[in-house]
Write a protein that binds this ligand. Structure first.
Ligand code: GLY
Length: 562
């Protein structure tokens, strides 16, 4: 008996070591992979109840607004790419909009300089939130279960609370000692005793529970009308913001066609403008196909050079051409995503030498690095790739304590100074200047790859402008290098964004010899610890099952299948 017991312990220990956290999770009937395991569990429970991928995505998104408040939100915006089981693909754009009182020079002082970092800090930086409208619209059109059933788990999570993790506690400590004017953060993570809730203890959000309850009862109107909208306007007025009840009432999410291309036998679908992510991803995948990347060894000097040169070109095009399609009807999206264009874009590529980014043209792009992505698939094969954000971690770090949620600071994604583009930081091109009711350009890249009309890879990431490149490389790792999903997510990533003209690389994952060889070619390299927090699902045709993986850099992330 004793021997059997020891054998069991040994087997369990072996299994634990052989299956480290954040490797692969299997699910024959469906899967949710998100930045918080509780939100993934909420989504899977909805699938088990007979909900489809849209239902699970709505429930997961609301749950992340409770469990992952640095980026999960009802005060921000985002995008859904939806691959239906019949092979059709559509998208929902619920990107924030500039308020009616916004103008192209709203952030500038009398000398034409940005005043007090006001495009990133304070309530002028808040865009009209889109998340609730987007989720509601997607549910109205494609959901199966009732709206109330989908919002209920997040009401419960906020009301009854959930266990404070070490990851969340770390953020709580950083956020609590802030400027007292940023009222919501002062008490955000505190319990009834006025102390920050310790790891292992239950953290409750009663004000958020009340707001979510209103949304549960009244749908979209629970946020954009009634007492929630009144309180948003009152809070804005009292603290220097310009969003009004009229802005809220006028907000509409938009269903749009995806941008798409093929890569070998695969079809790739991603988010069109106002996200730049899909266009840039597709331009780079087309470039990789033209360069026959599969024949180039992964992580070699030639690989990093080719990938970085593709990024340089795609980001230059992003800066020059992309913005809100409703304000830029002439945007050349078709051209930028065509295979012919990709061929011309590599014409001046020198395989032995780095190109030079032209600093007289387009420059650094914006984007906070705290966004969150999740991927969902249901048993019929409907798939959702959803990325949403508050822009920076905890957005603008302001909000009404009566409402319990934090506002975004997404206005910082607009070009702040008309006509001023510099090599060190700014873009002033027209497509992405501020205008009333305009959506700011995004880098979010929720993506679905299909094979024979069925979802094959569902992927996305946070990371500001690095999102585009981490999603691009993960797609490439799966499609061109045949990596399994967890390895594709963890594999070495680089980031180049045209200007500043440099490659950022994950320093423990690129060999020093390769770095030196790249420097000899004229590349400028900078190390970083991590790029991307990817959440992905693939289909394993041999096993006939879904395989999910959450990036190991997500403190509380988790893949849940059933
Ligand atoms: N806020 C990050 C992005 O939309 O790109």
């Amino acid at each position: 008996m004793k021997r059997t017991y020891y054998n069991l312990i040994f087997i369990l220990a072996f299994l634990f070591l052989a299956n480290p956290a954040n490797s692969q999770t299997y699910g024959q009937n469906g899967m949710v992979v998100s930045d918080h395991y509780l939100a993934s569990e909420v989504g899977v429970e909805i699938l088990k109840k007979g909900g489809n991928a849209i239902d699970a995505a709505v429930a997961t998104a609301f749950a992340l607004a409770v469990t992952h408040p640095e980026a999960g939100n009802i005060g921000g915006g985002g995008f859904i790419v939806f691959h239906k089981e019949n092979g059709e693909v559509t998208t929902f754009d619920f990107r924030e909009k500039a308020p009616l009182a916004a103008s192209p020079t709203m952030f500038l002082d009398e000398n034409g300089r940005i005043k007090d970092n006001s495009n990133h800090q304070g309530l002028l930086s808040v865009g009209v939130p889109g998340t609730v409208a987007g989720l509601y619209q997607a549910h109205q059109k494609y959901g199966k279960l009732s709206w109330s059933e989908l919002v209920k788990p997040s009401v419960e999570l906020a009301k009854k609370g959930f266990t404070m993790s070490w990851g969340l506690y770390r953020a709580a400590l950083r956020m609590t000692d802030r400027d007292p004017s940023e009222d919501i953060m002062q008490n955000f993570f505190k319990g009834d005793d006025g102390e920050v809730v310790k790891p292992g203890n239950t953290w409750k959000q009663p004000a958020l529970a009340k707001t979510l309850k209103e949304i549960q009862k009244h749908g979209r109107d629970g946020f954009y009308k009634g007492w929630v909208a009144e309180e948003i306007e009152a809070y804005m007025k009292a603290n220097g913001g310009i969003i009004t009840q009229e802005d809220l009432a006028k907000y509409e999410a938009v269903e749009r066609n995806p941008v798409t291309t093929t890569f070998n036998e695969f079809e790739i679908f991603s988010m069109p403008p106002p996200s730049s992510g899909g266009v840039a991803l597709i331009e780079m995948m087309n470039l990789m196909e033209a360069a026959d990347i599969s024949s180039v060894e992964f992580n070699s000097t030639a690989y990093v050079h080719l990938v970085a040169e593709a990024m340089r070109r795609a980001f230059a095009d992003r800066a020059e051409f992309l913005g809100d399609p409703d304000f830029n009807p002439e945007m050349p999206v078709g051209k930028l995503t065509s295979k012919e264009f990709a061929k011309t874009r590599f014409e001046n590529l020198d395989l032995s030498k780095a190109s030079v980014s032209d600093s007289s043209k387009y420059g650094q792009l914006y984007g906070g690095d705290h966004t969150t992505h999740f991927s969902v698939v249901d048993k019929e094969g409907n798939a959702i790739s959803m990325t949403y954000t508050l822009e920076n971690s905890y957005g603008v770090k302001m909000g009404s304590s009566k409402l319990g949620f934090i506002f975004n600071n997404e206005m910082g994604d607009f070009n702040p100074i008309p006509g001023v583009t510099t090599s060190t930081g700014l873009i002033g091109s027209n497509p992405n200047l501020v205008a009333p009711e305009k959506r700011m350009l995004s880098s979010m890249t929720p993506t679905i790859v299909s094979k024979d009309g069925k979802p094959y890879l569902i992927i996305g990431s946070p990371g500001g402008r690095t999102i585009i490149n981490t999603v691009f490389q993960t797609v490439l790792n799966v499609l061109a290098y045949d990596m399994r999903i967890d390895r594709a997510i963890e594999a070495m990533k680089i980031h180049h964004q045209w200007l500043p003209d440099r490659i950022i690389y994950e320093h423990n994952l690129l060999s020093p010899d390769t770095r030196k060889a790249l420097e000899k070619m004229g590349h400028n390299l900078r190390p970083t610890t991590n790029l991307g927090v990817l959440m992905g699902i693939t289909y394993d045709p041999e096993l006939g099952t879904w395989v999910g993986a959450a990036d190991s850099s997500s403190e509380d992330g988790g893949a849940r299948g059933y």
